[in-house]
Design a protein around this ligand. Structure first.
Ligand SMILES: *[C@@H]1O[C@H](CO)[C@@H](O)[C@H](O)[C@H]1NC(C)=O
Ligand SMILES: *[C@@H]1O[C@H](CO)[C@@H](O)[C@H](O)[C@H]1NC(C)=O
Ligand SMILES: *[C@@H]1O[C@H](CO)[C@@H](O)[C@H](O)[C@H]1NC(C)=O
Ligand SMILES: *[C@@H]1O[C@H](CO)[C@@H](O)[C@H](O)[C@H]1NC(C)=O
Ligand SMILES: *[C@@H]1O[C@H](CO)[C@@H](O)[C@H](O)[C@H]1NC(C)=O
Ligand SMILES: *[C@@H]1O[C@H](CO)[C@@H](O)[C@H](O)[C@H]1NC(C)=O
Length: 580
């Protein structure tokens, strides 16, 4: 029990529950460090000592800078992902569309870049854009080119050989650029980018939106076309909002109000709602609203209560930007990709030779409430699970911390649910506590509460000098219980030179009638957490010095005064995916 003393900074009254868990492989002593690593060596393919932060099952190229996902689609049963990539180094620079394909969204094969600067209209960069599947299943890409005058214009590229399911070669349209800023249309040449997937209106014509701003009014400019080549700007934007700044990477798509399935981008009708997502350049966060789309007038009206500014709904309350969805027609689902930035310095990126990863693709759909979206990691990622460890149903006393042994804790998937009995003991929520991120930073994992903090300590070093805490707290609000979900990075590394911002979100779950569930995907330098079955998501980057590879541990903890039930905890080691 000697190591307990080092835990005391975290938990006022630490009690390691010295119980044993029966595993498939035999009995491991939970909380005892000796027996922990027995099964680990064979499953973790050790990351190079020089590269402790490279991931094992997240999408990343072998080296250099990557940012936005571009043009995701499925064609002839093959998934395509293009991405913004600098061929020359791990820093932003001249962008090409790098390209990889997959049959399962888990393992990826790289190809030569699909679109590279070559013409007057894109010589200074081939920036983000989207794929649209035209009639007869022909894909087409609209992308932003930065022209010789550094103006942003929209261009078309089509596959050279439609019989090639990998779509290796792309041909730029001789009519490019198809949309450009002019004195007539008043579009600002440095604020006109990132065309969406186009959709078909009731008149059979195509529509697309482009991100823009005018005097800090962010907007989604609409264009129409009969033939996908000759595009005419609509008189009014699809939607705009004052004082939101530049809208990057807009995404506009229908969701079913009846079932948790995906819809083709051109679908509209009585049981359909629409989602407009914008990446706000000011705050570097992805916000969305849910509303209705009138395809005759080409206007979008968010439902009352949806806010499209810094206080609105977010896909993810941590690090998550420039996201883009596509409709997977093979499996009737809509899938979300997003770029996850580093939290370390450009010098570090240069030293490690790379920057940027993609989040695990998520399926998303409209919640039963109709008020928000729900996201969940694609099912395919579960085929990387191995070495399942289950904890028996148990109560975790206030102040207790319990190690979950027997998995590769730096490369893992964890699902846990919590059950709280005496809700009346919840702390009262001060009505001024409206900012969940602020609340999480003020009440981090080490701040004892009543009902919570309880959750997971991931990427933890042996003596808990380092850990990332993903947890819940329950408060008594005006007329309901309020659940707070936090990802606290403040102790994620003994190295203080990186960004360790704490993130937080409110979670729309009723703890009176529902268990509080948490799933966390851990992959060396990324912690992606899904609360309440995917109602609130938080992604964090971490750069531990001690909690690296086999020096990494996983715990479940309760630092509240009241006990919490843990009816279920399953954790898996994750195998390495074949990526690029
Ligand atoms: C087109 O792709 C198919 C399938 O990969 C290949 O067999 C064919 O040779 C290609 N055609 C040309 C002109 O490259
Ligand atoms: C932007 O604001 C400036 C100053 O208020 C004004 O002169 C200009 O006309 C505005 N531009 C547009 C496109 O509204
Ligand atoms: C492009 O479309 C507009 C609007 O439909 C039409 O007026 C114009 O003639 C078209 N231009 C070409 C070159 O087809
Ligand atoms: C947006 O700004 C314009 C011009 O400043 C103003 O007329 C309009 O009322 C504002 N709209 C909203 C919704 O605040
Ligand atoms: C990238 O990370 C830096 C450092 O944490 C942060 O300041 C910036 O806002 C991030 N950008 C995005 C797009 O996440
Ligand atoms: C701490 O971070 C700095 C800057 O990110 C880096 O140069 C240094 O090597 C790191 N130290 C350790 C012990 O990892």
């Amino acid at each position: 029990m000697a190591k307990l003393s080092s835990l005391l900074h975290l938990l006022a009254a630490s009690v390691v529950l010295a119980i044993s868990v029966l595993l498939g492989h035999g009995v491991l002593h939970v909380g005892a460090s000796r027996s922990v690593h027995r099964n680990l060596q064979t499953t973790v393919e050790s990351t190079s000592a020089m590269q402790p932060y490279r991931t094992s099952y997240h999408f990343q190229p072998p080296s250099n800078w990557m940012n936005d996902p571009n043009g995701p689609m499925i064609y002839k049963g093959i998934y395509h992902l293009f991405y913004q990539y600098n061929l020359l180094g791990p820093v932003p620079g001249h962008k090409v569309w790098a390209h990889s394909t997959s049959t399962d969204l888990v393992n990826w094969t790289p190809h030569v870049p699909a679109i590279v600067p070559s013409e007057e209209y894109d010589v200074n960069g081939c920036w983000s854009g989207s794929a649209t599947i035209l009639q007869e299943h022909k894909p087409a890409i609209l992308y932003t080119g930065v022209n010789r005058q550094n103006q942003q214009v929209q261009n078309l590229a089509v596959p050279k050989n439609l019989s090639d399911p990998y779509l290796i070669e792309w041909v730029k349209s001789p009519q490019n650029p198809l949309m450009e800023p002019t004195a007539m249309n008043m579009i600002s040449p440095d604020s006109f980018r990132d065309p969406t997937t186009a959709w078909v209106g009731p008149d059979g014509g195509w529509r697309v939106i482009i991100g823009s701003q005018s005097n800090r009014t962010g907007m989604a400019i609409s264009y129409r076309s009969e033939d996908f080549v000759n595009w005419t700007k609509a008189e009014h934007p699809l939607y705009s909002a004052n004082d939101t700044g530049m809208w990057e990477c807009p995404d506009f798509f229908p969701v079913s109000a009846q079932a948790p399935v995906g819809l083709d981008t051109s679908i509209n009708g009585p049981n359909v709602k629409h989602v407009l997502k914008v990446s706000l350049s000011d705050s570097q966060h992805d916000y969305y609203t849910i509303g209705t789309y009138n395809s005759v007038t080409d206007t979008y009206v968010p439902v009352e209560g949806s806010v499209d500014s810094n206080s609105g709904l977010r896909y993810d309350y941590g690090k998550y930007y420039a996201s883009k969805t596509f409709f997977d027609s093979k499996n009737n689902r809509r899938i979300l990709w997003a770029w996850i930035n580093e939290s370390s310095s450009a010098d570090d990126d240069i030293n490690k030779g790379w920057s940027g990863i993609q989040a695990i693709p998520r399926t998303l759909w409209l919640d039963k409430s109709g008020k928000q979206l729900v996201q969940w990691p694609i099912l395919e990622i579960e085929k990387l699970r191995t070495n399942q460890v289950d904890l028996p149903n148990q109560l975790i006393e206030g102040g207790a911390i319990l190690e979950v042994s027997g998995i590769t804790a730096a490369q893992a998937d964890v699902e846990v649910s919590f059950e709280v009995k005496e809700l009346e003991k919840a702390e009262v929520l001060d009505p001024t506590w409206t900012d969940p991120q602020m609340l999480c930073s003020r009440k981090g994992a080490s701040v004892k509460g009543s009902l919570g903090p309880f959750g997971l300590l991931v990427m933890a070093s042996k003596g808990l000098q380092e850990y990332t805490a993903v947890f819940f707290r329950i408060f008594k609000g005006q007329n309901k219980y309020v659940v707070l979900m936090c990802s606290d990075q403040s102790r994620s590394s003994i190295n203080n030179s990186n960004d360790k911002t704490t993130y937080g979100a409110f979670l729309d779950v009723d703890p009176l009638h529902e268990k509080l569930s948490l799933r966390t995907l851990i992959d060396h330098s990324i912690v992606e957490s899904f609360g309440g079955g995917g109602k609130s998501c938080i992604t964090a980057r971490v750069y531990p010095v001690l909690a690296v590879d086999d020096g990494t541990h996983l715990h479940v903890f309760n630092n509240g005064a009241e006990s919490v039930g843990v009816p279920k905890l399953s954790a898996w080691s994750m195998k390495k995916a074949r990526i690029n």
